[in-house]
Design a protein around this ligand. Structure first.
Ligand SMILES: NC(=O)c1ccc[n+]([C@@H]2O[C@H](COP(=O)([O-])OP(=O)(O)OC[C@H]3O[C@@H](n4cnc5c(N)ncnc54)[C@H](OP(=O)(O)O)[C@@H]3O)[C@@H](O)[C@H]2O)c1
Length: 245
């Protein structure tokens, strides 16, 4: 691949797995998150697999930190042509009328503001170069009613709108932007759930299994490759058949 990729939310879970897969394909990968220790564990596993990666610690709700991320990346690895914006996450669902304003802001910031600032920072050089591919990480919670918390569902729905808007603006410049909408994927949160609950969730899917990180990685690799070079502005549901649109 020989390209420079930035992966946010790369300290664990889906982002870490996408970073490893991109590095295996030959990309120089910048890993972004807030947890320095977790980032260096991912960096080491990429190094051990023969890949090239560096970590950048940043809270992506901080505009200045995102600017510094771009500067540091370009200085170390040159222009960025691939971006996987995976930072985000949600909390346990509670009835909407019981949501606190604090959690509302925190969830919108973690999912939507991080992605907005990341796109706004990394898009301009791609537009100028006339090429690049980006994936954002939404959720089926942003597509249709789900058991997720209201701020999370709202943030992910907003993220889909943001992705479409950015994709429409970027398309004439040869830059593609697509969203992935996973449903239940086994990362730290679901891995910690009782096995019986995981099985119940698995059986609730038309395909009768729970999602694995590898399912999302395959979608991301496709959307970040030339194999999808006539696809932009879509939402790819990685959801075991739960969303059929
Ligand atoms: N797992 C699922 O079932 C599922 C389903 C649908 C959608 N998704 C979405 O897929 C993405 C990854 O999910 P996951 O399960 O792998 O999540 P995770 O294990 O909770 O990891 C979340 C990642 O986002 C980073 N992050 C969050 N807020 C950040 C901020 N303000 N600045 C920088 N980094 C930040 C975290 O970094 P630090 O920990 O280093 O701060 C971490 O690397 C999320 O956007 C999630 O909403 C997941």
């Amino acid at each position: 691949m020989g390209q420079t990729a930035v992966v946010t939310g790369a300290s664990r879970g889906i982002g870490a797995a996408i970073a490893l897969a991109l590095a295996r394909r030959g990309a120089r990968v910048v890993l972004v998150g807030r947890d320095r220790t977790a980032l260096s564990t991912v960096e080491q596993s990429i190094g051990a697999a023969g890949g090239q990666a560096r970590s950048f610690v940043a809270d992506l709700t901080d505009e200045a930190a995102v600017g510094a991320l771009r500067q540091d990346t370009e200085r170390a690895y040159g222009p960025v042509s691939l971006l996987a914006a995976c930072a985000g996450g949600g909390g346990d669902p509670v009835p909407m009328i019981e949501e606190s304003l604090e959690r509302w802001h925190r969830t919108l910031d973690a999912n939507l503001t991080t992605t907005f600032l990341t796109l706004r920072t990394f898009l301009p050089p791609m537009l100028q170069a006339g090429s690049g591919a980006i994936v954002t990480m939404a959720s089926t919670a942003g597509r249709q009613l789900s058991g997720a918390a209201a701020p999370y569902a709202a943030a992910k729905a907003g993220l889909l709108a943001l992705t479409r808007q950015a994709a429409a603006e970027a398309a004439p410049h040869g830059v593609r932007i697509n969203a992935i909408a996973p449903s239940a994927i086994v990362t730290d949160r679901l891995a910690a759930a009782p096995a019986a609950l995981r099985e119940k969730i698995a059986q609730s899917f038309p395909l009768r299994r729970i999602g694995q990180v590898a399912d999302v990685v395959e979608a991301a690799l496709f959307l970040l490759s030339d194999r999808s070079n006539w696809i932009t502005g879509i939402t790819l549901d990685v959801a075991g058949g739960r969303v059929m649109i």
